[in-house]
Design a protein around this ligand. Structure first.
Ligand code: FAD
Ligand code: EPU
Length: 345
């Protein structure tokens, strides 16, 4: 008998028109664990999903899409800081707005990032000079095999650039159920990036930083409600000082950001742009015209179309610069996540 899946186009911001065998919405830890254990008994794969804004579905998903919708926000305060405890299912941008509306500053540079709060620590979301690790106090997760809760301090989360322990030791069989934030009452604006550098650090308000970040993002990044995309498709590559020096000899204008480790971060968008690929189309997939690091769904693209374009872009950059880009986006096949670099190699 033919099995028809449930469409999930609306559950991934790339707008890839695939199906899952079943969709389950979990509003409590009990529901999360019950769904996961039932699926395991039936040998069905499970994929936890927040806003679907950092995933690329390569084909129909053969298992259960488990939507994490654990809600609730509570605030406590002490002399120096506000402590915010947010359910993993809370919309990230709404949480940023919620805190700002109540005079609690600190999340404004991270405005307008799509997705849910529980996903934010996984790749240590970052934008405009701030990464989540700067404001994270702890992350609560649950072991789906036995329902046991665990709280990791920010230090235990091993945050790095687009990285954390949730992509490694706690990648499989765990769900993030809540995130704790600490927002210092003595607010210091971070004005190191783009148009923010034009603001006066002595007079600027958190709301102005928020507005400026939103304006910069709207000018460059496509709105997933209009054009399917998952933000930056690749990570900015970290290269050795030698590789960076060599590149800068040939391209002195190349954006580069020395890291405390001695490595240098290059701008993947610039590398792709130098290959003259802005606006480049391959089938129904395209490189965004205003930001070369963003790949877009030009209409009816399949996951395979996006991956084929990513493979082409990656080769062009490697041929010109001998730098191999790695996807930031997580690749999902029928049985679950697959190694994205492997798919593109
Ligand atoms: P999803 O895509 O739903 O899930 C991502 C991964 O986390 C998947 O592997 C999923 O299985 C897993 N997962 C989801 N929820 C849980 C959970 N509760 N427990 C365990 N695992 C879970 N990112 C940035 O860092 N900075 C940016 O500036 C930025 N800008 C973006 C702009 C646009 C237009 C878009 C579309 C994306 C952008 N992103 C950015 C990427 C994305 O928004 C973030 O990675 C976001 O945190 C993903 O959240 P999500 O809920 O959509 O995650
Ligand atoms: N650039 C170009 N051409 C392009 C794109 C970029 O020359 O087509 C140059 C820019 O002029 C700039 C440099 O490359 O000198 C960096 O570009 P940008 O400031 O736009 O930032 P990015 O490195 O492309 C990163 C994050 C974004 C985040 C912004 C703002 C990664 C992978 N991406 O993008 O995060 O919003 O900085 O802080 O680190 C995401 O992760 O999905 C994401 C959107």
């Amino acid at each position: 008998m033919m099995m028809h899946g449930v469409p999930i186009k609306h559950l991934n911001t790339f707008g890839i028109d695939v199906t899952a065998k079943q969709i389950v919405t979990a509003c409590s830890e009990t529901e999360l664990v019950a769904c996961w254990q039932e699926a395991k008994e039936k040998s069905l794969p499970v994929l936890l999903l927040g806003g679907g804004s950092n995933v690329l579905f390569l084909e129909d998903f053969a298992g259960i899409l488990l939507l994490n919708r654990l809600m609730g926000v509570s605030v406590t305060e002490d002399k120096n800081a506000w402590h915010i405890h947010a359910g993993a299912g809370e919309d990230w941008h709404e949480l940023v707005s919620f805190t700002l509306d109540r005079g609690m500053a600190g999340l404004e540079n991270l405005a307008l990032i799509p997705g849910r709060t529980g996903s934010a620590p996984i790749q240590n979301i970052g934008a405009y000079g701030v990464e989540l690790e700067k404001v994270c106090e702890y992350v609560d997760l649950i072991d789906l095999t036995n329902g046991v809760n665990k709280r990791l301090s920010a230090a235990e989360c091993r945050f790095g650039y687009r990285d954390s322990i949730f992509k490694h030791d706690y990648r499989d069989g765990y769900a993030i159920v809540a995130v704790g934030f600490i927002l210092n009452k003595s607010w210091r604006p971070v004005l190191t990036y783009g148009d923010l550098t034009r603001l006066d650090s002595k007079r600027v308000t958190p709301r102005e930083v928020f507005d400026t970040v939103c304006a910069m993002r709207r000018a460059k990044l496509p709105d997933p409600a209009v054009v399917g995309n998952a933000g930056s498709f690749f990570k900015n590559p970290l290269v050795s000082a030698d590789v960076a020096q060599n590149l800068l000899r040939h391209y002195p204008e190349a954006p580069h950001y020395p890291q405390p480790s001695g490595e240098v971060k290059l701008a993947a968008g610039w590398l792709i742009d130098q290959c003259a690929m802005k606006g480049f189309r391959l089938g129904a997939a395209a490189v965004h015209e205003k930001q070369a690091l963003v790949l877009i769904n030009g209409g009816q693209a399949t996951g395979g179309d996006i991956a084929a374009l990513a493979m082409y872009v990656r080769r062009q950059v490697a041929e010109k610069f001998t730098v191999w880009l790695e996807p930031e986006v997580r690749f999902i096949a029928a049985e679950g996540e697959v190694d994205a670099v492997g798919v593109l190699s």
